[in-house]
Write a protein that binds this ligand. Structure first.
Ligand code: UGA
Length: 447
């Protein structure tokens, strides 16, 4: 919304939320989301044609077009728990829009939704007794965190699905202010909804595919980066999303694939469901494999050993830790009684601790006192990479932050226990240089 406001100064954009604290921070100098370049975009438009407030009803009444951008987390209870999307917030929004709208409104689904949600949204809106009319559009977001501003400024494509061509055209006109027309694709509602889940499923599948091959590389002496380069130069395959890693994370990939799996099951397509589920199974395997490799390499015990964890966010240039592979690796290492010293340039200590405590929750969400105290006693959070590594037996790189590539590695080596192990879960460090100094380096997909 900030980008729309920036690019279309004559369109007033009201961002509303029920959460006062969140709105306050959008109105402050300390935005709740870290994203390179976002500050400048918000600063340019805020107060001109971009406002943040909790006056939801006023905003609905004043607007011609309403974007629903609430979260759709995986259901944790009832039918479809662990797979289906929880549409509670979408439904509540639709009901509120129906309740206070006057005249004609275009309602745009921005949240990632299972196919045919627009049908439900439409029915709820039509049940409004106020005599107003609605068009429902689907306009899924393809930006990735860390590169959001760039992705929004020049997206590969914008997708708009809808039944009314006049409504589709009005939204296309908004994006048309800065995005070439040929990159604005229009489809029917259901294709648009399904394209979003499919795009994420395909991307995650590539990461899981190269990660599966990384295990074979380690067993055979092939080098996964060389394999990725060799197949990535085939223009039919292409080089992107072939970086082997400790596993994919983030709020989208796993959630959207499980959602797709649930949809397939719903339509009786069991084999199709199993096929896509395997992408997530492979990702869990990759995270587990990484922590097992650490334990095995360090003489089958990490108990009471200090391990430096570099990076906790699910990828660089974001403070987002949702589904970060770091959480799983740290939990496994804590179960082995390792002492973890964690450093991430953007993730605060409180967030690290609450993610780790949640990682020990059982099916009903409870965490035992024993596990809670394990996190309390065995986890410290450092202020930089150097202090995290001091007197450590090993370093595990879990996020590909650029600053990890520029450290004085000799200085780090001198303060570590010997043998000094490095487990590079992102293949970003200079292996040869580290080996020369005396580190024992283990990377993903390398012998
Ligand atoms: C993803 C999609 O890329 C966006 O197009 C989509 O709009 C977004 O989800 C969404 O549904 O909102 P995002 O989750 O921000 O974006 O991040 P990605 O860059 O896709 O990375 C996801 C995970 O895969 C990260 O943990 C990343 O480290 C990992 N990854 C990515 C790899 O391990 N290797 C790669 O080669 C690429």
């Amino acid at each position: 919304m900030a980008m729309i406001a920036k690019q279309c100064p004559e369109i007033p954009v009201h961002v509303v939320d029920l959460n006062q604290a969140r709105i306050d921070s959008w109105n402050s100098d300390n935005l709740p989301v870290y994203e390179p370049g976002l500050d400048a975009v918000v600063r340019e438009a805020r107060g001109r044609n971009l406002t943040f407030s909790t006056r939801v009803n006023d905003a609905i009444r004043d607007s011609n077009m309403i974007f629903i951008a609430v979260n759709t987390p995986t259901k944790t209870f009832g039918i479809g728990a662990g797979r289906a999307a929880n549409l509670e917030f979408i439904e509540k929004c639709a009901r509120q829009i129906a309740e206070v709208s006057e005249g004609h409104k275009i309602v745009v689904e921005k949240s990632t939704l299972p196919v045919r949600t627009a049908e439900a949204v439409k029915r709820i809106l039509q049940s409004s007794s106020r005599g107003c009319s609605f068009d429902v559009l689907s306009n899924p977001e393809f930006l990735a965190e860390g590169t959001a501003i760039e992705d929004l400024l020049s997206p590969d494509r914008v997708l708009i699905g809808g039944e009314s061509s006049a409504a589709v055209q009005r939204l296309a006109d908004v994006y048309g202010r800065w995005i070439p027309r040929e990159r604005i694709l229009t489809t029917n509602l259901w294709s648009s909804e399904l394209s979003k889940l499919t795009a994420n499923a395909f991307l995650a599948q590539r990461v899981s595919s190269i990660n599966a091959i990384s295990a074979l590389c380690e067993a055979t002496g092939a080098d996964v980066d060389e394999v990725a380069r060799a197949i990535g130069t085939d223009s039919r395959i292409g080089p992107k999303f072939l970086r082997a890693s400790v596993g994919f994370g983030g709020s989208c990939f796993q959630k959207d694939i499980l959602n797709l799996v649930y949809l397939c099951e719903h339509f009786g397509l069991r084999d199709v469901a199993k096929y896509w589920e395997q992408v997530v199974v492979m990702n869990d395997y990759q995270k587990r494999r990484f922590s097992e490799r650490i334990v095995k390499t360090m003489f089958n015990t990490v108990s009471d050993k200090k391990i430096a964890i570099w990076g906790f966010a699910f990828k660089k240039d974001t403070n987002d830790t949702r589904e970060s592979p770091a959480i799983h690796v740290c939990r496994d290492l804590l179960n082995e009684r390792a002492k973890l010293c964690i450093f991430d340039p953007r993730v605060p200590e409180s967030q690290v601790r609450s993610e780790l405590i949640s990682a020990f929750a059982d099916a009903s969400g409870d965490v035992s006192l024993k596990d809670r105290s394990l996190v309390e006693t065995n986890v410290t959070v450092a202020r930089d990479s150097y202090s995290a590594a001091e007197r450590a037996h090993a370093i595990a790189v879990l996020t590909e932050w650029d600053e990890f590539k520029q450290l004085d590695v000799q200085r780090i080596y001198d303060t570590m226990m010997q043998p000094a192990f490095v487990f590079d879960g992102r293949n970003i460090l200079n292996r040869n240089r580290l080996t020369e100094i005396g580190f024992e380096v283990h990377s993903i997909g390398k012998h």
